[in-house]
Design a protein around this ligand. Structure first.
Ligand SMILES: [Zn+2]
Length: 516
């Protein structure tokens, strides 16, 4: 199925394959060019005859162009829309052309896109990757349980090699799952060795990542001046155009005296973005936003994670200052930070991205994030209407909206929106090919609908990051899963041994909580 084969556009097509999906309201489907032409970037003299059809798996040696042939391409680009039976040419790290019958260099490796959906790589804007070594421990937790065990009692047990193991496994999971960019919200970087380990794992994965440097062992104003962030900027993150980049992570302030000021000034002076948990029930809510506002640090480079228990004034201030919100719907619904606020946030026009938070409970499954976000948003609309004796006749939030949040929205949140997030000529080639011939996906009628409600990680067939093939034909090419397993199991055993058998068992079955 994945051998070099003749382009499907050269072959007789089943007329049923040409059926178009229904047009959506504000849809990029409606604006689709439907593949009638080729949108290309600088093809010029490189255009050449189609490659012949060798019968073997193509090799993807460095520098070899890649062309996807005959795919259903969900570009996420408002001008290009969804294209059927379309081709996408990748040269180097860049998408060069999208459309029907795209000319490609004779040297190009062909990936058969028939019975496949090609979509932009998904982007997770908030993951505590170091915690992946204790995956699954906290499925029954609330945020109170999490803060007790992970933050207060257990985080001190993570050695640098445990941070490496968690990050490496988390990147393996993400890349295998079609998540091509992940923000590692890393709040255990209390030594340079921990920070180096976190960065090493991200670089070693070959995925695209943002290391969000944090440290819960001290307030940010205490650790920000210790020189380690500057060391990393100098030695490992001197360019903003590399695969792994750096920003900062700490939580919204709570003290009106604003002792956090030096940390915020540090971020502003170095042009580093800041991601912060904000609007989390049980913590300062609107106060945190007001303190930042009053001190001039509600910045367009801020991401507000959860932002789920805020009042209208806070949302208005975030909107007015260009900030964005990372929604972790599974997290918010399970842990209790507040109800996923997509409805309120959309009404205020605040940009949204999606995230899966931590594998202590959840996964890096962005299909799940899209579904959970739709479920929460629509469920609340129905519930509120019913409370007034009314009926919702048409859902407001649409599948294409949550696909946008999971792709372009994430790129925008990381400041990478002009080079990432859609299948647009000139953008970086972070691409995901989904199988559409599986029991979950047949018949393919509407790709956006089916990406959100039918596709699973099992459909993720081929993954490119920066034009490099990291997964092909359902198999990871890189990074190394066996290595990830070995390292993660060793770190899991280390943490479990220090926690002790009794507490380890108790943590997996905390007493049921009842509101008094
Ligand atoms: Zn978090």
């Amino acid at each position: 199925m994945h051998s070099d084969t003749p382009s499907p556009s050269d072959t007789q097509q089943d007329p049923h394959d040409r059926s178009k999906p229904p047009l959506g309201r504000r849809s990029f489907l409606a604006r689709a060019g439907t593949g009638l032409g080729v949108t290309a970037l600088g093809l010029g003299a490189t255009a050449a005859a189609r490659p012949e059809a060798p019968a073997r798996t193509p090799s993807f040696q460095s520098g070899r162009p890649i062309v996807f042939r005959g795919a259903t391409v969900v570009t996420g680009d408002p001008q290009l829309g969804v294209q059927h039976n379309a081709d996408v040419l990748v040269v180097g790290s860049t998408i060069r052309a999208v459309g029907r019958n795209v000319p490609a260099p004779a040297s190009a490796a062909v990936i058969d896109g028939r019975d496949r959906i090609l979509m932009p790589g998904m982007i997770d804007t908030h993951r505590h990757m170091w915690q992946t070594v204790v995956r699954g421990v906290g499925a029954e937790w609330t945020i109170q349980n999490y803060l007790q065990w992970i933050y207060k009692d257990w985080s001190k047990h993570w050695r640098p090699e445990d941070v490496y193991a968690g990050n490496y496994l988390s990147m393996v999971e993400a890349l295998n799952s079609g998540v091509t960019t992940s923000l590692d919200w890393s709040q255990v970087l209390h030594t340079p060795e921990h920070a180096d380990a976190a960065a090493d794992a991200l670089f070693d994965s070959k995925g695209r990542a943002r290391l969000a440097y944090g440290n819960i062992f001290a307030p940010p104003q205490e650790w920000i001046g210790n020189g380690d962030v500057d060391r990393l900027l100098r030695t490992r993150f001197s360019s903003k155009n590399q695969l792994v980049t750096l920003q900062l992570a700490w939580d919204a302030p709570w003290d009106t005296a604003f002792p956090d000021r030096p940390a915020w000034e540090f971020a502003r002076d170095r042009d580093l973005m800041v991601t912060q948990h904000a609007g989390v029930w049980g913590f300062p809510l609107d106060l945190g936003i007001k303190i930042l506002h009053d001190n001039g640090f509600l910045l367009p480079t801020n991401t507000y994670v959860h932002a789920s228990s805020l009042g209208d004034d806070s949302y208005r201030m975030i909107a007015d200052t260009g900030g964005n919100v990372s929604i972790s719907a599974e997290s918010e619904l399970n842990a209790g930070q507040g109800y996923p606020p997509t409805g309120k946030i959309r009404r205020h026009g605040i940009p949204i991205s999606l995230s899966m938070d931590t594998s202590v409970w959840w996964s890096s499954d962005m299909f799940s994030a899209m579904r959970a976000t739709l479920n929460a948003d629509r469920g609340l609309d129905h519930l509120e209407a019913h409370a007034e004796g009314k009926t919702v006749h048409n859902n407001d939030l649409r599948t294409e909206d949550v696909i946008h949040y999971a792709t372009q929205g994430g790129a925008n949140a990381l400041g990478l929106g002009s080079s990432l997030g859609s299948i647009t000529p000139g953008k970086l080639a972070d691409l995901v090919l989904l199988r559409a011939d599986t029991p979950s996906m047949v018949p393919l009628t509407n790709p956006c609908h089916q990406i959100v409600f039918q596709a699973t990680r099992a459909e993720v067939d081929t993954v490119l990051v920066d034009g490099r093939v990291l997964k092909y034909g359902g198999e990871l090419v890189h990074p190394d899963m066996k290595r990830a397993k070995r390292l993660a199991e060793a770190s899991r055993d280390h943490v479990r041994d220090l926690v002790g058998a009794q507490e380890w068992a108790q943590a997996q079955d905390p007493p049921a909580y009842r509101v008094a």
